[in-house]
Design a protein around this ligand. Sequence first.
Ligand SMILES: [Fe+2]
Ligand SMILES: [Fe+2]
Length: 287
Amino acid sequence: MSETITPRRFASKLSPDIPKHWLPGNEVVSSILNAYTILVPANEGFYVRTLKACMPRIRNGQLRERCRKFIHQEAQHGVAHTRYWDNLDAQGYRFRAFEKNVDRLVFRVMEKFGPIGLRVSLVSCVEHINAYIGHEFLSQQILARADPRVKDLMEWHFAEEIEHRRVAFDLLQAVAPNYALRALGFALTAGLFYSLMCFQAVNLLAQDGILWRKETWRQIEAHMGSRHHMFRRTLRHLLDYLQPGFHPSQTGNDALAEEVLTRLASTTPPVVAPTRQSQPRTWDQVA
Ligand SMILES: [Fe+2]
Ligand SMILES: [Fe+2]
């Protein structure tokens, strides 16, 4: 299995003058990815805690090392997206109560009552979703005209999701190799992920007072159908995950991810940089 996961951090500033609708002419995609940003830190905190809880069960040293680097990357995603919340606050969006409630009522409840195998199954499925969203946004260059600061943040995250897309699935095979559990994790995750993200994106558009504008619905149709084909492509990616012989290495594009990460690391100053402490001694030092 060839896979290189590099711990990095997002080193760029997210200045307060970033426009509210940072993808010109597409308030719908700006709002969908703002909703994604709002959900990322709690979501990724859940991955990190789940993988940390699994560590004592992982016998394979290589898988342990991949999990360690996965945790490092996810923790950095959470840090960077939380920094961007200051911009959302400054733009006047109300989202903090929603975010707190999702963390409390979804992730903390699942953590308290869900068996570890099911929790890993949820992480495995959402990691597949993260990887194909990343693949679609990067390969279709959907953010080509976006404000460069938000574009860098999103594209760094998308590329790392592609880079580490195999880890959670391989962990699920190691701790709970059970198709029924994978299917249950899929049903819960796909339902929750899309309900929460659509709810929050609609809420942001409503806060902007543009939800019922004709142009907004034209943009939704273009993103889901005629232009980005996200409805059809999402359905195909979701069904792929349910194939008994599925493995994340069958999807995504490592060369594309590497190209993006190399570009972001080679700017002056670099947009992403290797983390100073690339070899943490305990799991607590990473999350
Ligand atoms: Fe992530
Ligand atoms: Fe991830």
